[in-house]
Ligand binder design. Structure first.
Ligand code: AGP
Length: 366
């Protein structure tokens, strides 16, 4: 089938806009009508593992890092995350009660495939989360979970990332059930949160013009910092990667608490600092880091919900308001501003959004 841009200027903007639909499709595949997770215990039984290693590259590795917070907090399972190019040569010891998880949109990334092969015969089970079910990584796994994102053309991964997160979240809920680390009530709450997610994503997409306005400001920057804490830290990494990939602006992400251990030295009136801070348990901590930035004249773009904005947006350079979202799902929602900021900045700069210089959609050589 031929894929077109469906009236969009770029595949990337089409793929961003498709997210409520494809996220809904992924949720439909992994939740049963009765509100259970549609992954059988014959396929995977989390009582058999005492540890998970997750391996991927680029954006897929940030999906893994987000899932680490979920697996550890909700299913009480220790998770190690590594980029495939490091993992494969590190000769990491893999105990027989380890679940090895590989996340890849294409399913053909050379380093991720090599890392998977390294785990063969060592890990208890090899699971992959892929967009292409016929791919090498899917074929060589004991179990491959498709993310149902549809073909992704833009080099910058967008809908694949959010669908990876949805599938990983469903897997975490299955793990929590198997290991009895969650009450029936909390489990049911997470299920209903998931069902509500596509509508919340749609609401966030309606902020497109605000994102464009923020991006116009960002497009003049030479360096941009992204900050987040806890499960929002991987989103800061993703926001920085998206921005550098397609706008060629230098961007770095830090866990907010690391700021004063070095990077705050970079902050002055020329440096925009994007702060991803839903009004969650760590909000006050992030806000105090944000105030340290403002005290050094850093230009803060605060991405938060209405409560967070009301409490903390005094003196910020720009506010982007996100709809309220259940805490655990905030990383999926905050992917939207990360994507749109990068997209509109790249458009403002006139770069080749869908095929940025020096990059390939799938890195099949080492
Ligand atoms: C994301 O925007 C990138 N283009 C890149 O980091 C990508 O996620 C990475 O190369 C992994 O690709 P995969 O998911 O196909 O394995």
């Amino acid at each position: 089938t031929r894929i077109d841009k469906a009236g969009h200027k770029h595949f990337m903007s089409k793929e961003i806009a498709e997210q409520p639909g494809v996220i809904g499709a992924a949720i439909g595949h992994y939740l049963t009508p009765e509100g259970q997770i549609n992954i059988s215990t014959q396929d995977i039984d989390f009582t058999q593992f005492d540890r998970i290693v997750m391996v991927a590259c680029g954006t897929a590795s940030y999906a893994c890092l987000t899932a680490k917070y979920w697996f550890e907090q909700i299913a009480r399972l220790p998770v190690e995350v590594d980029v495939a190019s490091e993992f494969r040569y590190r000769e990491p010891p893999i105990s027989p009660r380890t679940l090895a998880v590989f996340v890849s949109q294409s399913g053909e990334t050379a380093d991720t495939l090599a890392a998977l092969r390294y785990c063969e015969g060592k890990a208890a089970r090899i699971l992959s989360v892929v967009n292409v079910p016929e791919s090498s990584i899917a074929r060589e796994s004991d179990l491959a979970l498709p993310i149902h994102a549809g073909v992704e053309v833009g080099v910058a991964s967008t809908k694949a990332f959010t669908c990876q997160l949805v599938v990983l979240f469903a897997l975490v809920l299955k793990a929590a059930r198997d290991r009895e680390t969650i009450t029936a009530e909390a489990f049911a709450d997470h299920i209903s949160s998931l069902r509500g997610l596509p509508a919340i994503i749609s609401t966030a997409l309606e902020q497109n013009d605000t994102m464009q306005e923020a991006a116009l400001k960002l497009s003049h920057a030479r360096d941009v910092l992204f900050l987040g804490r806890g499960q929002m830290y991987p989103l800061a990494l993703e926001g920085a990667l998206k921005l550098k990939e397609i706008s060629y602006i230098h961007a770095e992400a830090y866990a907010s608490g690391e700021l004063k251990h070095g990077p705050i030295a970079l902050v002055d009136e020329h440096v925009p600092v994007v702060v991803m801070a839903p009004r969650d348990a760590l909000f006050d901590k992030t806000v105090s880091n944000m105030q340290e930035v403002m005290a050094r004249k850093g230009k803060v773009i605060l991405i938060s919900d209405s409560k967070g904005q009301a409490e903390a947006n005094d003196g910020v350079w720009f506010s982007i308001e996100m709809p309220p979202v259940p805490d655990a799902l905030a990383p999926i929602l905050y992917a939207i501003p990360a994507q749109l900021l990068a997209y509109h900045t790249a458009v403002a700069k006139g770069t080749d959004v869908d095929q940025p210089r020096n990059l390939a959609k799938s890195v099949t050589v080492e």
